[in-house]
Ligand binder design. Structure first.
Ligand code: GLA
Length: 391
């Protein structure tokens, strides 16, 4: 934190101490591609995240600097022009937050200098963009004494992603990052936003994050395509069923009415959305009954459905997950996040971790030519101020 403060003072040529904020990244234990289908998700915030150090200015200029993108330099804009600007690159995330806060009636009449540093592995599907949005949101809330409830800040983050950045994502990432709690995952009903915390006490097991190190090109367009396919499937079902979302269906109801969905691909997509939602509820149940094995089997079934029905995994994620399933001490493994590259997660017996990493990497490298990277996930708190004086 001291280094970051010094960097802030150097980059912005200011002597004062800035205030410091942190927002985590997230993993999703189960419940994938269910959020925008009105289903349940079960994510947790992790110890990797984004730090933001900020101080108000006396004029109306905002200056942004990221230690992760030093070549982009200091990016500047004025309160009078907060429109999306492709040249502003990563800084569009904080700009979007300022813009949407003002648009929703919050009073920001001065500028600020903000320095960012993130340790979320790049492009890994651990929600680095939602992390930047939420850390900026909390910073602005404190710096400008805005009175904004956390759930509204989360919704605003999603709106920035959808309307300002142009990615049609659901609410899961901002929610997990905004509401995270140490050693707990969150069961969130994405239709009602009702939520509950579930303790994650794995004792002699660890949650391992496995990065495919594969760039997630095409992720945005394929993501939006999946969303549309689900919307079409829902519209077909609504001709006879009065449901608001795919998340309202049980597996049996889906089986009974699936022929209403005319397009075969759309039917497969909807099948995933329905079965994954039910799996997520069952998974929580297993966890609460201390049945970790049962939880792991549902994780495996989730991956299978994402591979065959939703088709968002790809060679890299499948190779890693299938190799993980073969290892000793593995409870379960699946892709996490949007898919198309990015990360998988596995629950592994701690004694087996070294062999697990070595074996999985060996297979992965042989098949794809890439090395995988492994991180042990600590489940941590959500977005908050961490300035020393306020702790
Ligand atoms: C991305 C999106 C989320 C969610 C997941 C898939 O992370 O941002 O809203 O849809 O993909 O579960």
């Amino acid at each position: 934190m001291n280094n970051l403060t010094q960097e802030f003072q150097k980059i912005f040529n200011r002597n004062e101490d800035p205030r410091t904020f942190f927002a985590p990244g997230r993993i999703n234990l189960i419940g994938e591609h269910t959020d925008y289908n009105g289903g349940h998700v079960f994510p947790a915030s992790i110890s990797f995240g984004t730090y933001a150090l900020g101080k108000r200015r006396k004029d109306t200029t905002f200056r942004f600097y990221s230690m992760n993108f030093p070549e982009a330099g200091v990016i500047e804009c004025d309160l009078s022009n907060l429109r999306f600007n492709a040249q502003h690159d990563w800084a569009n995330y904080p700009k979007g937050m300022i813009n949407h806060l003002i648009e929703t009636g919050h009073s920001i009449t001065y500028g600020a200098d903000i320095l960012y540093y993130g340790d979320i592995p790049n492009g890994a599907g651990l929600s680095s963009s939602a992390s930047i949005e939420m850390v900026t949101g909390v910073l602005l809330e404190r710096l400008f004494q805005l009175h904004i409830d956390r759930i509204n800040l989360i919704k605003l983050g999603q709106k920035v992603e959808n309307d300002y950045i142009g990615v049609n994502s659901g609410i899961m990432d901002q929610f997990a990052i905004g509401m995270g709690e140490k050693n707990h995952a969150i069961l969130l009903d994405c239709q009602t936003l009702d939520y509950d915390y579930a303790p994650i006490e794995l004792e002699d097991h660890a949650i391992l994050i496995i990065n495919t190190n594969k760039q997630r090109t095409l992720a945005g367009s394929k993501y939006n395509e999946r969303r549309q396919q689900c919307e079409q499937a829902l519209a077909d079902l609504q001709k006879e069923l009065s449901i608001e979302s795919l998340g309202a269906l049980t597996n049996a109801q889906f089986e009974q009415h699936k022929q209403l969905i005319k397009n075969e691909t759309n039917r497969k997509r909807a099948k995933h959305a329905v079965t994954e939602n039910i799996r997520t509820l069952e998974a929580l149940n297993k966890l609460q009954n201390g049945d970790l094995e049962g939880f792991g089997q549902l994780m495996n079934a989730s991956h299978h459905s994402l591979q065959h029905d939703y088709e968002v995994t790809g060679k890299e994620l499948d190779t890693i997950v299938e190799a993980a399933w073969e290892q000793e001490g593995v409870i379960g493994a699946r892709m996490t996040g949007a898919g198309f590259g990015g990360c998988a997660i596995a629950i592994v017996q701690k004694d087996n971790l070294d062999d697990f990493k070595q074996n999985v990497n060996q297979t992965y490298k042989k098949v794809t030519g890439y090395d995988a990277t492994f991180y042990t996930a600590a489940i941590s708190d959500g977005a908050k101020e961490i300035t020393k004086e306020v702790l």
